[in-house]
Design a protein. Sequence first.
Length: 75
Amino acid sequence: MALSATHVHFDASAIGAAIARPFKAVFRGLIVLAEADSRMVQVRKLNELSDEDLTALGTTRQDEVSRIFGASLYI
């Protein structure tokens, strides 16, 4: 007499991953879009400057952030 296994393993995590995949793609796209903004480029350049460099330029980090985001945020 031959025996065969009829139990199929149900992997719930695979279904959860399949459901989450489109949401992850949308969020990844939003992050790429936000990082491509010209303000983010300016913030990256500001982060590369030291406080001494900013003092030599006659400004502060907070003044620069206000200048960068002033038109779009109430700071």
